[in-house]
Design a protein around this ligand. Sequence first.
Ligand SMILES: *[C@@H]1O[C@H](CO)[C@@H](O)[C@H](O)[C@H]1NC(C)=O
Length: 367
Amino acid sequence: MSKFVIFSLSIILLISEGYGVVHKTEITFRPPGRHQEYLKRKEITENGGAAFLAFKQPIVDADDMIYFANITIGSPAQTFQVVLDTGSANLWIPDSTCRPEEPTTTAPTLPPIPAIPDRNCPVFCDGLEDSGWRHFCSSKCITPDHYKKIRNNPSAFFMEPPMDEAAEPDACANKHRYNSEKSDTYEKDGKPFTLAYGTGSAKGFFGIDKVCFAPSKLCIPDQTFGQATHLAPFFANVPVDGILGLAFPAVSVGKVTPPFIKAVEEKLIDEPIFTVFMAHAGATVKRTGGWFTYGGLDSDNCGDIIAWEPLSKVAFWEFKLRGVKVGDYENEDVVDAISDTGTSLISAPVAVVENVCTFITFMQILN
Ligand SMILES: *[C@@H]1O[C@H](CO)[C@@H](O)[C@H](O)[C@H]1NC(C)=O
C-alpha cells in the first residue's frame, strides 16, 4: 500500500461526524462594482484597472504527478513553489532556520517487508524500474531490497536511481527558504504547528505576511502561514518548497483562515470561486501545465455549461459521489468523496479498487 500514499499531501484527519446533512457552501455571491470595495481592492491587489478580472495563475506539470505554482511572500517578494492543494487548508513554506528532523520521529506506518518477491505477478510487473505500469503493481512485485528503500523513504519508489539507503536526506536543503528579516511586512505570531500528511510531517511556527498568487496580482495582506523549521525526509524529493491549502478553515491546523478564503472574506475577488485546469503532459515537465483561476471562471478552459455539485461538508471539497463505473463494473453506492488537487492518485474502498483494478488489468493484458 505504500505507493498509495506517496503523493498524497492531504492532511490526515479522522472525520467522525455524521454525513447525513447536506450543506451548500456558505459563501454567497456579492454584487460586483461597489465603489468603496473597488478602491480597497485596487489598493490591496495592486491590480489597477483590471480589478474585476479573474486572477490567473499558471501551474507547472511535473510528469502529470505533481502540479505546482509560484507564490510570493513578503515585501520585497520572496518566491516559493507550492502545491495548490484542495486536500488541506494551511499554507507553509520552509523557514530560513529549517534543518533536518531529528531521527527520533516516528516513521510513517507502512506494511511489513514481504519475504520473497512473488514470481506470480502479472507480466507487466517485470522491468518494474522503468515501466510505467509499476503504479499498478502490488508490493509483492517489488524486490525486498527496493522495498526496504521505499520503506525508509516512500518517494524512493519514483526515483531513478533509487535512494542511497544510508543517507537520510535533508529536506530543507535545495529549497527556497523564507527569511522574515528581509520582509518589511512581516509580523510575528510564533505559535507552533505540526502538519501531518500521508507522507510525513512539516512543523514549525506561524508568522504573518503578505502572500501573492504569483504572477497574478492577487495578494492577501496579513496572511498567517507556517514557517517550517523541520521537514520529514519525504519532502527532500518533492520538487516544491511547500504547500498552499485551498480547503476550508474547518480543517485548518491552528484555525488559520487559508489564503483563498481570506481573499473571499476581504472581498479581494469578485466571485467566491476558483477553477482548476490541469494539463496532461505525460512523463515530462511542462512549464505551463495548466491554470488556477481565482475570483471568476477560467474562460479559456471552462465550457459554457457549468454543473454545480453541493458540498456535503464545508471542510474539504467534499461531495456525494453517486457511483463508479469502469467497463462492466458498476457500483452505485453513494459515498462521500473529496476532490484533492494535491494527490496524484484516486483512493477508494478496497472492494471498489479491486474491482476497478481487475478491469484495468484485464484490459492491459488484452492489449
Ligand atoms: C516561478 O518563479 C521563477 C523565479 O522567479 C521563474 O523563473 C519561473 O518562471 C516562475 N514559474 C511560473 C510557473 O510562474
